[in-house]
Design a protein around this ligand. Structure first.
Ligand code: GUN
Length: 312
């Protein structure tokens, strides 16, 4: 069997043309342009490249984006006050802090400071908690992108066995919850799982987010499984994923490539989340039934998005 390639680039373009562009036009009709701020700390090349992709896709979708760059010596308090300013700015709908951060800055503290209504990465405890409870929320981007890819490529998860390899907060854990909510039976594995081959043997879908180059190869994949590869590594100038693509494509029925698979879907989901955040902030304003003086705008926006209540 040679696998069908699930192109994240094509699925992202499809979502952009068929869903996102329309939503952006509707918002523009109400004089609202979704606005994303990305906080980028330090000079890591990979982070700079991911952020550039986010800016490019935002421009294609017709939304605003701004990158606020800081050198790696910035203090934790300075980042926290930057987030406070963004939380209070009613013209900004979404904010992300590109990870990783330098060691002297607590990721948990920084993420906790982002107001949940503007947390378009879906990383705050509030949004993660809602996801786990099955409530409507801003869903973190890579898991959301994976679910969209599965849906658009025609993989129905109802009653299927999904094996997730990797237990990170930003991919493994949330994607397992999303798959369960689509009625899949999920097996969670990780780098220390004993007898991984056995856990993979009845998988219909395998999602690999373990962060080890070519961790999974074709001989571990049951014939006909769908394989989603979240990893991206640069080995001697060549990109590869957590899956050995060449051997895996001979066993899988469908597989995501690296690059061009999950990566573009993560970016697409981020822009979609920014649009959703703008829609929700706007409808909270509309529900308020009056237009405040400019000087009251921030206070009303905080009230409308629940900032006061949630931060007490
Ligand atoms: N670093 C690697 N992936 C991500 C992501 O999805 N969001 C953020 N903020 N940082 C990342």
């Amino acid at each position: 069997m040679t696998a069908k390639i699930i192109s994240g680039r094509e699925v992202a373009e499809h979502i952009l043309e068929n869903e996102l562009s329309k939503k952006v036009e509707e918002l523009k009709g109400k004089n609202i342009i979704p606005n994303l701020v990305v906080i980028l700390v330090g000079e890591m090349k990979a982070s700079a490249s991911y952020v550039a992709q986010k800016e490019k896709f935002a421009a294609k979708a017709g939304i605003k984006s701004e990158v606020r760059r800081f050198n790696s010596e910035i203090s934790e308090n300075e980042i926290l006050s930057e987030i406070d300013k963004i939380n209070d700015d009613s013209l900004i709908h979404g904010v992300i802090v590109q990870l990783p951060l330098p060691d002297h800055i607590s990721v948990a503290k920084v993420l906790n400071r982002i107001h949940p209504s503007k947390d378009v990465d879906g990383f705050t405890p509030n949004n993660v908690g809602k996801l786990f409870l099955g409530e409507d929320t801003l869903v973190s981007c890579t898991p959301k992108g994976i679910m969209q890819m599965l849906r658009i490529s025609g993989t129905d998860l109802n009653g299927k066995n999904v094996t997730v390899i990797g237990r990170s907060n930003i991919v493994g854990k949330p994607v397992s919850i999303l798959c369960q909510s689509e009625n899949a039976t999920v097996t969670m594995c990780h780098s220390r799982t004993k007898d991984l081959n056995h856990k993979l043997s009845d998988a219909d879908v395998i999602i690999v987010a373990v962060g080890v180059p070519k961790f999974i190869s074709g001989d571990q994949i049951p014939e006909g499984a769908v394989v989603i590869d979240v990893g991206i590594h640069n080995i001697d100038g060549k990109l590869c994923g957590d899956v050995d693509f060449d051997s895996a494509k001979e066993k899988a029925s469908a597989i995501t490539p690296v690059p061009g698979g999950v990566g573009p879907m993560t970016v697409c989901a981020l822009i979609e989340n920014t649009i959703i955040a703008a829609e929700r902030i706007n409808s909270a304003w509309e529900d308020s039934n009056f237009w405040p003086l400019a000087s009251e705008a921030n206070a009303l926006s905080n009230w409308a998005t629940g900032a006061k209540k949630d931060s007490n």
